[in-house]
Ligand binder design. Structure first.
Ligand code: SF4
Ligand code: SF4
Length: 456
């Protein structure tokens, strides 16, 4: 890092030069324990991304967000639009977990599990290393003009193909793999609009990964911008041990020899020796690189390591603080509420509403009736034969077109029905009644409604 960069790194993004133009960051491929771990983890994530909408448990996909049909499957538990309360609770839990995770582990998500980093570092960048060579050779390779044009075209064609693949994988999360296969195998003219949208998204992905790259993390991602608020001195993060490293330089007493190798592998181009920075995605590449330098110098590894400011200052690694305890407590409470809410969920969702504008009808001298619209949604993945029974009050009955309703999975039954009550069961102008939804002798749901009668 030049003297100017040393003093201006806080004034402007690291990838912008003093004339305001973008500087391309061509990070060298890291090597080492952390990079190997990250590679394994990234490929597990990619495998999950590909397989989650395909794998089915009890007939439900592991993950599916079918917004068009308002059908969601999260870890093979199916939710409908009627479960909006549970979905909202899950979203709240995810947010609290993100906050808790960040308070403890800093921006670890960004460097290890974020799809942007996984695809950029483990897919696109690796293709680039294969075709262009590692960073140090790029200039040498570029002097070979003959090869260069061919390699550029090859690289960008592969980038485009990978972008189309990623778009299709993402689409699978929203329409399911059966529908995706159907779309792919049918003629393009049958879904021209959809095809155009998919191509547009693919080109957008290509632009992100081939051109825009690390700027998503350093300039756009709102999660990155929240780090300053979420992290504190006990949050773990990739950190340079300034107590051990300084004063730096080959002829000084600190362990850092100022070789800049940690900068050369950094995908966001920063110098971690300047302290914790918003641009650091905690990818751990600089840890591997510095550990190799330390090994050559026969000094202990960990000059750059996963630690906290508190840990570097005091030599103690502690992730426990008031905030982490408070967020853990909130997470546990929310999880318990979610557990109870899911356990109390019924496999059918019934709505029984009095037909608007109607009042009661008299049948003979001692019976009154009300007309209702019945809607039953089968939220399970099995066909259901259901029956409605009047549970309360005693002296009454339900009259509908069929005694039993055969309801296929994911389908809704809709009809009109009549509820009749004996006058002695009617105690006010609005009598509370309870209807049970049964499958054989198993009660699936209870519905509470009002029966309109004469003023008493
Ligand atoms: S790689 Fe290690 S020794 Fe070299 S500059 Fe970075 S921190 Fe210092
Ligand atoms: S400073 Fe280190 S951990 Fe942070 S982004 Fe750069 S290489 Fe990754």
């Amino acid at each position: 890092m030049s003297k100017t960069e040393e003093t201006t790194f806080r004034d402007r993004p690291i990838n912008i030069d003093d004339t305001g133009r973008r500087k391309w960051i061509q990070a060298r491929q890291p090597k080492g324990k952390w990079y190997n771990r990250r590679t394994w983890f990234a490929w597990c994530c990619i495998l999950f991304l590909v397989l989650a909408p395909i794998i089915k448990i009890n007939g439900n996909p592991l993950m599916l967000f079918d917004i068009a049909h308002r059908n969601f499957s999260i870890f093979a538990v199916q939710f409908w639009a009627q479960d909006a309360n549970i979905l909202a609770l899950i979203m709240l839990i995810v947010v609290v977990f993100i906050v808790l995770f960040t308070v403890i582990f800093g921006r670890l998500w960004c460097g290890w599990a974020c799809p942007q980093t996984i695809f950029l570092e483990m897919v696109y960048r690796r293709i680039e290393y294969l075709i262009d060579g590692n960073h140090r050779n790029i200039r040498k390779e570029q002097s070979n003009k003959h090869n260069l044009v061919f390699r550029r075209i090859l690289k960008h064609v592969i980038f485009l193909i990978v972008s189309v693949l990623i778009t299709n994988i993402m689409l699978m999360w929203f329409v399911g793999h059966e529908r995706l296969i159907e779309i792919i195998t049918s003629p393009i003219r049958d879904h021209l609009l959809g095809f155009g949208v998919l191509m547009g998204i693919s080109i957008f992905y290509y632009w992100i990964y081939a051109y825009f790259r690390e700027q998503v993390c350093t300039m756009i991602c709102p999660y990155g911008r929240m780090q300053g608020v979420l992290m504190d001195s006990k949050s773990l993060s990739v950190i340079y041990d300034y107590k051990r490293g300084e004063p730096r330089g080959s002829k000084t007493s600190g362990d850092c020899i100022d070789c800049s190798r940690c900068i050369s592998v950094c995908p966001t181009g920063i110098d971690i020796k300047n302290g914790t920075q918003l641009e650091c995605i905690n990818c751990t590449a600089c840890i591997d690189e510095c550990n190799q330098v330390m090994k050559k110098l026969k000094k202990p590894a960990g000059l750059i390591r996963f630690d906290s400011v508190f840990g570097v200052e005091n030599g103690i690694r502690s992730i426990i603080n008031t905030r982490s305890i408070a967020y853990s407590f909130v997470s546990v409470i929310l999880l318990v509420i979610l557990g109870f809410t899911i356990a109390g969920r019924t496999p059918v969702e019934t709505s029984l509403l009095r037909v608007p504008g109607t009042i009661y009808q008299e049948i003979g001298t001692d019976t009154l009736s009300n007309v209702y619209t019945l809607k039953v949604l089968n939220k399970s993945n099995k066909n259901k034969n259901i029956q409605l029974r009047l549970l309360s009050p005693e002296h009454g009955s339900i009259q509908m077109a069929a005694n039993k309703i055969s309801l296929p999975e994911d389908e809704t039954y809709e009809n009109i029905l009549l509820i009749k009550l004996h006058r002695k069961s009617i105690n006010s102008s609005s009598t509370k009644i309870i209807v049970g939804i049964f499958e054989e002798e198993n009660m699936l749901e209870r519905v509470f409604i009002n029966f309109v009668g004469p003023e008493k």
